[in-house]
Design a protein around this ligand. Sequence first.
Ligand code: GLU
Length: 419
Amino acid sequence: MNSTTAPTEGPYAAALAQFDQAADQIDLDPNLREVLRCPKRELTVNFPVEMDDGSITCFTGYRVQHNVTRGPAKGGIRYHPSADLDEVRALAMWMTWKCAVMNLPYGGAKGGVTVDPRTLSRHELENLTRRYATEIIPLMGPDSDIPAPDMGTNMQVMAWIMDTYSMHVGYSVPAVVTGKPVAIGGSEGRERATSRGLLVATQAMLERLGRPVSGTVAIQGAGNVGLNALQLFSEAGFTVVAISDSSGGVYDSTGLAAPRVYKHVSDGGWLADYCEAEHISNAELLALDVDVLAPAAIEGQIHSGNAAKVRANLIVEGANGPVTPEADALLNDRGVVVVPDILANAGGVTVSYYEWVQGMQHFFWSRDEINRLLADHMGRAAQEVWNLAQDRGVNLREAAYQIAVGRVAEATQLRGIYP
Ligand code: GLU
């Protein structure tokens, strides 16, 4: 029996519903369904951190490995006030399907710490990171579980995790994390890889839909994915008219000045304080009449309550799980095309894979080479998803899930159940 109680709402309920739909559609053997539905390992850690004023605060963190049938567990670590076990379970499951749809030799995992990293000093952030990394060392390793950045974490956090792990084993192990700085074995092109993959997936789908590979774009979220998407989509000839963060959004019908917005946000500014464009709310951004809407913030942003207001006819999921299954059905009925997260935002983990391969072989590739490999890889995966959707008369999410779940099911069947 599956020991995890099934939630009725939230990201994990959404992830399970998406999986169940795919399992039904491919007529998955009930025994395989039981295995694939279940997270393999879940670790919850409560750990103390000494704060700058000398006080001790206890934090809670998680690492969940959903499935490792196709290879080591892979997935990011999120620092966010709303991170909890169910969210991390959902994100870990999505990583399994994401790696499978991209045909990467990985299983899926995710980690999280319930914390708002913006409330910590740099020293506190380092203390928290090193202690959390130490707590999850039983799971981590270049052949077993390889973390990467996600919301609230970045290259510096990965450098601390790499160092903490290396100090514990007594020698440097760059391949234990990806998304680390190039100076310590990171990959060229990794930082912008999720956004670059999002652009390639968008271009590929617009082309196949017979629509112009240009037009207006609205981006929800100004983290690593949203902010780099603003730049890359603008450079590629799209008109990015809006972007938002948790303080609100900015809008310019003639296109935002990408370098200026980028600088404002990377200097630590909120978009609510950006003076060179009109201000809009996140709700207004999602309802803009644009050609492409890229939700690149957090889960559940487009739901049954606002799906009818969405006017874009192509949604590309930069975030994980930004459209709930209920909203997905409503959008599908209206003919809105959704490029699913497990394909659209898979550029990040794809270049993480290149980074891991480079680390394992101690031989590094140029940025041009990485970007070319990523474009080919994403183009191929998008083509497979598109073709299956056409052949089976299903939407792109259903096609991506059928491919992914089918691959993990095949691997499980071939390996068999131990003992
Ligand atoms: N956190 C990213 C994601 O959700 C990247 C994961 C990775 O590179 O392992 O896909």
